[in-house]
Design a protein around this ligand. Structure first.
Ligand code: URA
Length: 212
């Protein structure tokens, strides 16, 4: 798995305000959206394009357009929804699929409660978005799900990642033939005993939407 931490002063600046417990929900949403746009810019460096011929008002020119089928953007419900607008702002022609995943706090098993994805993802480039890579269980399951459907190039975009979650993801992805990239704004110190990223930003879903 390739890991890209987007090291940019604007990313760090926005992330600092996002982390601050005094940042209210509307500001949190706006900042998350702005951050995603910056992360998406880096994450889409490898987006597939095809060459096209056009004419400028001055002369013929060769350029590129996004290849079709266009990439699929997959927010993991609920918190991943807060990253969707930022993604489709940069990829307005992208298709969007939804995955709802929940972890049983007792058994720690992840189950899928919503699957609104194309049945066949053969050869597709997929961007899966979830703000927090904590234990890694949800993202690992989501990526496996996408690979089983045929996706052959997967980029996961998170706002924050914990080293423990990255280790789980690397381990889980080791046997996959499909290239997987993780793009994140920062790798934090650790997970605490409740599974929160430290220092982190708290519960991303609650901070985005204000309810548990
Ligand atoms: N999910 C969150 O929203 N926050 C964390 O710190 C960990 C998982």
């Amino acid at each position: 798995m390739r890991i890209q931490v987007v090291d940019h002063p604007l990313v760090s600046h926005k992330l600092t305000t996002l982390r601050d417990e005094n940042t209210d929900s509307p500001t949190f949403r706006r900042l998350a959206d702005e951050l995603v746009t910056l992360l998406a810019y880096e994450a889409t460096r490898g987006v597939r394009v095809r060459e096209v011929e056009i004419k400028t008002p001055v002369a013929p020119a060769t350029g590129v357009k996004l290849e079709t089928p266009t990439p699929l953007v997959v927010p993991i419900l609920r918190a991943g929804l807060g990253m969707l607008d930022g993604m489709v702002r940069l990829l307005p022609t992208a298709e969007v699929g939804f995955l709802g995943m929940v972890r049983d706090e007792e058994t720690l098993e992840v189950s899928t409660y919503a699957d609104r994805l194309p049945k066949d993802l053969s050869g597709r480039q997929v961007y899966v978005v979830d703000p927090m890579l904590a234990t890694g269980a949800t993202l690992a399951q989501a990526i496996r799900f996408l690979v089983e459907r045929g996706a052959n190039d997967i980029t996961a975009i998170t706002l924050l990642a914990a080293p423990e979650g990255i280790a789980v993801l690397e381990n889980e992805m080791a046997d996959l033939e499909v290239p997987v990239t993780l793009v994140t704004a920062a790798v934090d110190e650790k997970l605490n005993e409740k599974g929160y990223i430290v220092p982190g930003l708290g519960d991303a879903g609650d901070r985005l939407y204000g309810v548990a």
